[in-house]
Ligand binder design. Sequence first.
Ligand code: ZN
Length: 146
Amino acid sequence: MAELDNLYKAVILEHFKHPRNKGLLNDATYKTHRIKNPSCGDDITIQSKVENHQIVDCRFEGVGCSICLASASVLTEIAIGKETSDAKKVADNYLKMIRNEAFDESIDLEEAEVFSGVKVFPARIKCASIAWQAFLKTVFDEDEKQ
Ligand code: ZN
């Protein structure tokens, strides 16, 4: 189990150091949503472009801790190319997983699995949530669950 934790930490650190899809575009066809987490200094903006119910691009910008920035980077990679309904399933299950709520384990969370350990650190749950909450807002205009 310790080895698994180390692997997960390595993936998180790798995304933190080499973030994917970072930098916003000045393009009105993208929807943008920003969420801050004052308790940690996290400040994340997500940008998504949807065409024919498919997420054709997803980008982020922001500052924050390694968990927050890595979760944004992982999110963008998972989201791009997905049907919006599939992306919502993954996002909903990811948010349940990190909140230690019952979730559908048949849904593949892909690389987002690496954040499963966050549930035992209540102070970090928000760090790992805000990028995904902002993402849902850009695609579905849903309000954040507090
Ligand atoms: Zn944080």
